[in-house]
Design a protein around this ligand. Structure first.
Ligand code: ADP
Length: 577
């Protein structure tokens, strides 16, 4: 026996052998008892006492084996001892039950089989040899009347002639060896099959573990559904993306965990059972922590060998960041295109407009005009000014490059803008502005452009007021890099290695105005998008471009009827505290 596995096997077989021995001993004890009950007192004391003694010693010996088994180190030797003892027991039984006439010589075969099972061919041949020697010895000694077997019941030892004695010996010895070879062959086969099975089981276990690892470690969310659309697999990425644990999702209907997934899946692809999902589809998902995600799903069905649908496999990814990034890039492209257009318009229109307005002013001074003509001239001059200011907007938008940057105190700028706004026609006392910006916050920026940003955002907030007593709240705080608001994270440029940005200034402009419709929120930063009768739709586009030029970013949160919060971040250049 080589490995601990073999030792374990042998130990198990020895336990079975002990159990079986107890059974056989009990059987013979039963025979002896029945015989005693049917015979006279004197007969019993003569012969049955040996049978009692034999079964008793088999019990005792087995008890001793069982007791020392936990302390045994050399199991092979222990097995040989037991097998030898068993062969002696059988010989003793034969001696008691009539020697050559005993019907119990088959018990040798049982000992040989048990030896083969425990110790394979070597054990089998050893037991067969021992049985052959003891059996032949018993018969020869009996034949020559050196020993006289005991007789029990109907068994009577009569002896044979020399030649006839050879028959039972040869036949039995041949049978012993045949049993040894055959039983060890079968045991060997059984052992090989068991080992093969074990190897296959190990390979299967490893394959299962590998599959499990692959499923758990793929970066995409993966879930499988049974035919009743219940979730049976929910890998780690799926748990991370959705925030749902496996225990929560297991055996739940997929619609419970992903509300609306059935309708998001194309109904045309699920004609009969509704089990199929289309190859690709998208689904809006709200996590328990309130974060709203856009998930991109791929579905395929699982079929059994008979090509029957037995489930569905769905993989999904969080497309939220990717989609936001796409939107951002699109917007930047659009802004660049409009910028070029604006520069062209400004160039082509501004000079002729200046000539028109200058000429009119000269004419106004040199001509003797009546009151009506003067009014008309004034209209021309005023409208030219308006047109010129609109072109300035375009130009400003086109040139929203952050030139002339200086270190500015944010609070000072905000104070100026708020004061200007409170005294402007746009305010009309329709709202009050609360400004809570710490004194120390500074940003390195173009003063005029930052003023423009605050002005545009405050103006929009005031224009969104539906009630007279609306309030605009202006706040600012410093946030460490990595702790920016989630909505902004994807747009914040990575800090350059040379001058790493450790913190950001986060400015919020919140109002309790009409809010923005969900369908419009994605377009408000686009140039020329406006919902106002007199709006041009450049205010937020300018803000967006300026902030971008300052290596910052801006986002909006709003619900229709519940106001809006514009949040922008700029690199923090406040002196260290
Ligand atoms: P304009 O003010 O000329 O319309 P903007 O680019 O400044 O152009 O704004 C675009 C649109 O965004 C507005 O027409 C309005 O619908 C929406 N908007 C901007 N700010 C707010 C706000 N604070 N509340 C509600 N809607 C807003």
């Amino acid at each position: 026996m080589k490995s601990s596995e073999d030792t374990h096997y042998l130990k198990g077989q020895l336990q079975w052998l002990m159990f079986f021995r107890v059974l056989v001993a009990t059987f013979f004890f039963g025979i002896a008892t029945v015989a005693q009950l049917r015979r006279s007192e004197s007969y019993v004391t003569t012969h049955l006492v040996y049978l009692y003694a034999l079964t008793g010693s088999a019990f005792v010996l087995t008890f001793i084996y069982a007791f020392i088994l936990p302390y045994v180190r050399r199991f092979v030797l222990f097995a040989y001892v037991q097998i030898t003892a068993d062969v002696f027991f059988v010989t003793a039984l034969l001696f008691i039950t009539g020697g050559i006439n005993s019907i119990f010589s088959f018990l040798y075969s049982i000992s040989i089989i048990s030896a083969s099972i425990c110790l394979f061919i070597s054990g089998g041949l050893f037991a067969a040899t021992a049985a052959s020697c003891l059996y032949a010895g018993l018969l020869i000694l009996q034949q020559y009347n050196i020993i006289t077997p005991l007789h029990i019941g109907a068994f009577t030892a009569t002896g044979y002639e020399d030649v006839r004695l050879m028959y039972p010996i040869v036949i039995n010895v041949a049978a012993f060896y045949m049993v040894a070879v055959l039983s060890s062959f079968l045991t060997e086969q059984a052992r090989k099959s068991r080992q093969q099975l074990q190897r296959k089981q190990i390979a299967l276990d490893q394959l299962e573990a590998l599959n499990e690892k692959i499923i758990q470690h793929i970066p995409s969310g993966l879930l499988t559904l049974d035919q009743f659309r219940r979730i049976i697999t929910f890998n780690r990425a799926a748990q991370d993306i959705t925030g749902c644990t496996f225990d929560t999702a297991y055996m739940k209907d997929v619609d419970v965990i992903f509300p609306g997934i059935s309708s998001a899946g194309d109904a045309s692809s699920s004609p009969a059972t509704g089990m199929f999902f289309p190859t690709d589809f998208e689904l809006s998902f709200i996590r328990q922590d309130g974060r709203s995600l856009l998930l991109g799903f791929s579905g395929s069905s699982i079929k059994d060998s008979a090509n029957e649908e037995i489930g569905t496999i769905l993989t999904f990814q969080d497309l939220t960041d990717f989609r936001e990034m796409q939107e951002h890039i699109k917007r930047v492209d659009r802004l660049a295109a409009v910028g070029r257009l604006a520069a062209g318009i400004a160039h082509e229109v501004r000079n002729p407009l200046a000539s028109i307005s200058g000429s009119i002013q000269v004419l106004q001074k040199s001509l003797q005009l009546n009151a009506a003509d003067t009014r008309l001239m004034d209209i021309i001059i005023r409208e030219s000014k308006n047109l010129s200011s609109m072109i300035s907007d375009f130009t400003q938008y086109a040139r929203a490059e952050a030139q002339g940057k200086e270190s500015i105190l944010l609070k000072t700028i905000a104070d100026e803008v708020v004061a200007l706004f409170n005294n402007s026609a746009e305010c009309k006392n329709a709202c009050s502005i609360k400004q809570q910006i710490p004194e120390t916050i500074t940003v390195t920026a173009n003063r005029q452009q930052i003023k423009q940003v605050l002005w545009n955002l405050i103006l929009n907030a005031a224009q969104a007021m539906t009630v007279k007593s609306g309030t605009i709240i202006l706040t600012a705080a410093v946030v460490q890099h990595g702790f920016e608001p989630a909505a902004l994270k994807n747009h914040i440029p990575e800090p350059a290695a040379k001058s790493p940005i450790m913190s950001w200034v986060e400015v919020k402009i919140a109002d309790d105005g009409c809010g923005i419709k969900k369908s419009e929120i994605g377009s408000i930063f686009d140039p020329f998008f406006t919902t106002k009768d007199t709006g041009i739709g450049l205010g937020l586009a300018i803000v967006y471009k300026i902030i971008q030029e300052h290596n910052g970013t801006i986002a909006v949160e709003s619900q229709e009827g519940c106001g809006a919060i514009f949040t922008l971040v700029l690199p923090d250049t406040s002196p260290a505290q």
